[in-house]
Design a protein around this ligand. Sequence first.
Ligand code: NAD
Length: 383
Amino acid sequence: MAEHNIPRDEFGPEMIIEVYDSKTKLRGILVIDNTALGPSKGGMRMTPSVTVEEVFRLARVMTWKCAMAGLPFGGAKSGVIADPKKMSHDEKKALVQAFGRALRPVCPKLYIGAPDVNTGEEEMRWFSEAVGSWKACTGKPAEMCIATETDHKCGIPHEYGSTGWGVAVAARTAADILGFDMRGATVAVEGFGNVGSFSAKYLASMGARIVAASDSKGTIYNPDGISYEKLAEIKASSGTVTNYRPGEVFPGEKLFELPVDILIPAALADSINEKNVDSIKAKIIVEGANIPAKAEIEERLHRRGILVVPDFVANAGGVISSYSEIRGKHPEDMMALVEKKIAVAVKAVLRLAKKKNIKPRDAAVEIAAERVRRAMAKRGGRP
Ligand code: NAD
């Protein structure tokens, strides 16, 4: 087992599992942080640099995310140490299958996987088949169904845009609380991938005006408004949002300084940082990406009166979709559940933050931790 220095506290982690398979050369990591609320849930990433520390940090966030969304899931994360760009389709498949076989003792009883960096619905199919259980993971292809006498359940892949839908609902809920109307509110979205594009789509459908969007090539800005449909078409056909017209093209970082009501970071970690934090003009930031701002940066935004809906509250749409998949819900009912749960969570967090005059992230951790503590007390401290 490799050396690592994972802090332990009252919540966990309950298990740190490292697996190795000599045939495929699989090196995999699973950290199950806490299972008091139910089987632990968390995505499976495949990168050459993934470490036990990284997997643990993400697993803890999943503990808070599931508790905050009111789901009967604990928190976990898993990783395969490999570079998918340097292997064939069959080699990648063999690694994912080996990982599935290795995790049979805990999956799906204690751990249920999901897509993450470099894994999608195809990998979820391989993983589920290798574990030998439909319930081994979520985010499976829509045609991957099981039928029992009473049930017919199918996969719900990420293509429904549940996370972006949740981000849009979080923005609308926060705007309601601040007392401004979403209709006509201006929005900038960093990143135009799964989370960013669906956030833009659903915010536009709520009447907001998308004025800026970015990707790895730069930012497109038009204060009169950008058509979501046309932007999605340009991105798909030319590979970048910066080919949209009419509009001005700026470097990616410029997006954070634009005069908008709502800012949605939906791409990189630390995109809001020391360099740009004081130039931000948005009234609300809804964190679609994971950790787009460090705690001290969020503190500065809070002191400037900018409302930040933290990542694990705002981007829980994906895991709510996972819960819906496990329960055999139709995608339409899943979208309704995302709307309900995200709105309830954002209201609870912002209410407590206001009452205690603390930043929303601190309020969210307080609520989530209390729910996990209660569940742990109920099961009698059983690890
Ligand atoms: P994705 O790969 O689909 O999209 C990422 C986008 O970011 C791409 O459009 C890419 O062009 C863009 N990008 C890359 N470099 C950029 C830069 N320098 N400036 C601006 N844009 C840049 O990924 P995703 O699934 O949309 O995930 C985005 C973030 O949301 C990640 O932090 C992820 O962990 C988090 N997240 C995703 C989900 C989900 O359901 N997909 C759920 C929770 C959290």
